[in-house]
Design a binder for this molecule. Structure first.
Ligand code: KG4
Ligand code: ZN
Length: 430
């Protein structure tokens, strides 16, 4: 089955096309035919964070060309003479993109010239995220769906992050038996597969704990089975990625702050790594930040206090030298990672988890990965993390979650009525 994924929840416009094979969950293989991410980071940098109306405008402008490029990469692009649509049909399509006039212009010019591609389902992020940004992806998906009569499935962005962590690159390629819609099967030749990366879905043991850490979320989720989620803990104020971004801004570092802070922390950590004394290794100049809620008897987090502590500290420092910046970065990273790992360990032990799934943009952080690896070795459970390039937002994870859902629940009805939900939760609770 071929699935188109569309992701526009924040500042990445992303389109992916995957092909799925086999049976979910134990023998589920994935071929990535296209996985394109157009980052708007450079545009948002001057605001020090994501500016929603700018994000919406950029998604609107970029979705059609990016989609066309994805079809081409996936070898699914066939162009023809522009189809002539009768006025009512054209007006129907246009009405779906009434809020995105620029996208409609491109849609009419480009998409009406494309032969219906071999895509069985469209997966689109419906939330959580910035609503104006989410709407652009949803409206685009609805227009494609209406034009080509392809069903749409709305996907939760955080579930996407979970699936991103469960993708494992296949070593040896074998020939797949493709399941087609009518139940007949046909062999795909090995040469064809080797052009695209082949992955499989990890088989995980339940109960599982998912630690989801991104720019908008910090959550501990208990999964008793596939798609059965319960949020057992969350941040009470800033998300961890947001804290990285805000501290970076205080230190005069560019957006997004996560990679910058970890880069500075690494400089100091590496230069101190041969020191024996661990106290002096972590704290050579003596900066100490709080670890809010680290010992509280729940699974919640709080990061705004650490950020405020950095702000007051920086105000008192006459000159913010590179050495001091490195030290603040190191201590901040240590404080955040310690807190995340402590609460995650508590959740793993209390819930007798057999697997830990860690996902979201902040899981690109090396220190966090290392500490989670250590912890899961000690607790003897399995850890699943995405490869670095699949950690931050992408549409592959959206297509993948959709593929798994279709395998489990089937693709029964067309969803033309999807609405964006900025505060969508993974367990359906407010
Ligand atoms: O999942 P994501 O791409 O977008 C959201 O859904 O929010 O996460 C983006 C967040 C940003 O706050 C960014 O600073 C953070 O992930 N991030 C990192 C690292 N790379 C990205 N945080 C810490 N260390 C990193 N290496
Ligand atoms: Zn994300």
């Amino acid at each position: 089955m071929n699935i188109l994924g569309i992701e526009t929840s924040c500042d990445e416009t992303a389109i992916s096309i995957i092909e799925t094979f086999g049976t979910f969950p134990n023998d589920f293989d994935i071929k990535i035919r296209a996985n394109l991410v157009l980052s708007q980071i450079a545009l948002h940098q001057k605001y020090g964070g994501v500016f929603p109306s700018l994000a919406k405008r950029e998604h609107s402008k970029n979705l059609v060309p990016l989609f066309k490029q994805a079809l081409e990469t996936a070898e699914l692009l066939v162009t023809k003479e522009k189809v002539h649509l009768e006025t009512p049909q054209l007006e129907d399509l246009k009405s779906l993109l009434i809020r995105e006039p620029e996208m409609w212009e491109q849609f009419e010019k480009e998409i009406l010239k494309i032969e219906k591609p071999k895509i069985d389902a469209i997966a689109v992020t419906m939330g959580p995220g910035l609503e104006p940004a989410l709407w652009t992806g949803i409206n685009f998906a609805r227009a494609l769906s209406a034009f080509w009569k392809i069903p749409i499935l709305p996907i939760n962005h955080m579930e996407g992050h979970i699936f991103s962590s469960l993708l494992k690159e296949k070593k040896g390629l074998r020939s797949f038996t493709q399941k087609s819609n009518d139940g007949t099967s046909n062999e795909i030749t090995a040469t064809k597969q080797e052009k695209f990366s082949a992955y499989k879905l990890e088989s995980i043991k339940f109960p599982a704990i998912a630690l989801l850490v991104s720019g908008g979320h910090t959550e501990l989720v208990l999964a008793q089975n596939w798609f059965e989620y319960k949020v057992i803990g969350a941040t009470r104020d800033d998300a961890v990625g947001e804290a990285f971004d805000k501290v970076a801004r205080i230190l005069g570092l560019p957006y997004p702050g996560g990679p910058e802070i970890s880069r500075l922390a690494k400089i100091l950590r590496d230069s101190l790594s041969d020191l024996k004394n661990s106290e002096s290794r972590n704290n050579p100049i003596g900066i100490k930040l709080p670890r809010p809620m680290i010992n509280s008897n729940d699974y919640d987090f709080s990061f705004s206090g650490i950020k405020t502590a950095v702000l007051y500290m920086v105000k008192k420092i006459p000159e913010l030298t590179n050495e001091i910046k490195n030290e603040i970065a190191l201590e901040f990273e240590n404080a955040v990672v310690e807190t995340l790992v402590k609460k995650t360990t508590k959740a793993v032990l209390d819930k007798n988890a057999l697997s830990l799934i860690a996902g979201g943009g902040v899981i690109a952080n090396r220190k966090l990965r290392d500490e989670l690896e250590k912890m899961t070795k000690e607790t003897k459970i399995e850890l699943f993390v995405p490869i670095i390039s699949h950690s931050t937002d992408n549409a592959l994870m959206i297509a993948l979650a959709c593929g798994a859902r279709i395998e489990k629940y089937g693709l029964t009805k067309e969803r033309g009525d999807i609405i964006a939900s900025g505060s969508l939760t993974i367990d359906g609770k407010k």
